[in-house]
Ligand binder design. Structure first.
Ligand code: ZN
Length: 406
């Protein structure tokens, strides 16, 4: 196999021939990158074959990034993370493999190591030899082998942290507002500063990169108790308690003051609502939860407008946020309902984007699940629903958006 230096020579040409015999004209830096990337792919290819051939004794593969200031965000995030040997499924985390170490991106310098199964796991009755002096290279010399990039960066000087993470992220890390691991979304994507700010200001344990209406209202401390009957409170308790347990959406249907159905789709962001055929028009009062903490969705409006038996749809957040839409009139065909929902959603999103660009609302406010509230107001203005929301703060931001668009 060629060394990096040999490949660079092939690509770049030789000095004695004035570089005219090179395959590629370009700066040394570019050529080096091509060579390194190609070598990385080759090493990765070879190693993948090795892993495939020996998968019976390999427990997992581990992503190894380079410990220096030029390491890319995706590789920093994945450093030390384990994956299954052949299919490269994340183990104990959710950061995707992508092209893998060495192939994830242009100039990727990461490599992979393999962790062998223990003798016990292989069914061999011999104690494992414990390696005590495992080390790994860093820009400052050898470090213990189990030091990950996240641990490494935390111990670096403020100047070096600023260089790697940028001043804002580095400052947030030093102030303990965020750990190096939290700089990434659930799939290992590097979060923007806006996403980070809403994440750190958000509720504890929330995985949502952006703050939703419920959080906005909680921070403003203006959530009011909605006017609910005893049976509606029972419905709320059912959907919220189950939602807290599983993170999924639940629904309860009330008709004539009684609970007539309870259901779930077992998903965090969707609910399949029954048609309730056989019930008179508008008699069903539907309650469900939104674990994510936003107002009624476009789908919720479409369901309300297209299902004759449903008269109102209420959404409960997990911490007291409440929005409800009551149908005005008899509704419409499902084709029309979906058309109305889709076009009103687009209009609401465009209005939010415009207001943000003009500085009428902040980035955080525009990300806060605001468009569903704006959408509700637009439908109300069109005379299709009556809308209730229990946070004056959230409502006033939505009003600003609509007034700006007029
Ligand atoms: Zn919903």
């Amino acid at each position: 196999m060629l060394t990096t230096a040999q490949i660079i020579r092939e690509l770049r040409g030789t000095k004695i021939n004035g570089y005219a015999d090179g395959l590629m004209q370009g700066s040394r830096r570019d050529i080096e990158a091509v060579a390194r990337t190609a070598l990385g792919h080759m090493a990765q290819f070879t190693q993948n074959r090795f892993v495939e051939a020996n998968q019976d004794i390999i427990k997992c593969v581990v992503w190894c990034a380079t410990l220096d200031t030029r390491t890319s965000p995706p590789c920093r995030a994945r450093d030390g993370k384990q994956y299954t040997p052949v299919e490269h499924k994340p183990i104990g985390h959710s950061f995707q493999w992508g092209g893998g170490p060495g192939g994830y991106h242009w100039r990727c310098r990461s490599h992979q190591t393999t962790v062998l199964k223990s003798n016990k796991e292989l069914g061999i009755d011999v104690p494992d030899v414990v390696m005590k002096d495992g080390t790994r290279a860093s820009m400052d010399g050898q470090l213990p082998a189990d030091v990950t990039y996240s641990q490494w960066i935390k111990k670096q000087s403020a100047a070096r942290q600023d260089e790697v993470l940028g001043a804002t992220r580095a400052q947030m890390m030093r102030e303990g507002k965020i750990t190096p691991e939290q700089l990434y979304g659930s799939k290992g994507e590097y979060l923007t500063l806006d996403q980070l700010k809403s994440k750190t200001g958000g509720m504890l344990g929330s995985n949502n990169a952006s703050m939703k209406s419920e959080e906005l209202a909680i921070r403003a401390a203006d959530l009011t108790e909605p006017k609910l009957s005893a049976v509606q409170r029972e419905a709320r308790a059912y959907v919220v308690e189950n939602g807290r347990k599983t993170g999924h959406e639940y629904g309860v249907a009330i008709a004539d003051g009684k609970i007539v159905d309870r259901f779930t789709s077992g998903m965090p962001n969707a609910l399949k609502v029954p048609k309730f055929n056989g019930y008179p028009n508008g008699v069903i009062d539907l309650h469900h939860n939104h674990p994510v903490g936003d107002s009624l969705s476009a789908q919720d409006f479409a369901t309300l407008l297209a299902t004759p038996s449903i008269g109102s749809v209420a959404v409960h957040g997990q911490s007291g946020f409440f929005t409800q839409a009551a149908k005005v009139g008899v509704g419409m065909s499902s084709e029309s309902a979906y058309l109305v929902a889709a076009s009103t959603r687009s209009k609401a999103k465009a209005l939010v984007a415009e207001a943000r660009e003009s500085g009428v609302i902040s980035d955080a406010q525009s990300n806060s699940g605001l468009w569903p509230v704006v959408m509700a107001s637009l439908l109300e203005n069109d005379g299709l629903i009556r809308y209730t929301i229990n946070s004056e703060t959230v409502m006033s931001i939505a009003r600003k958006v609509i007034n700006h668009g007029k």
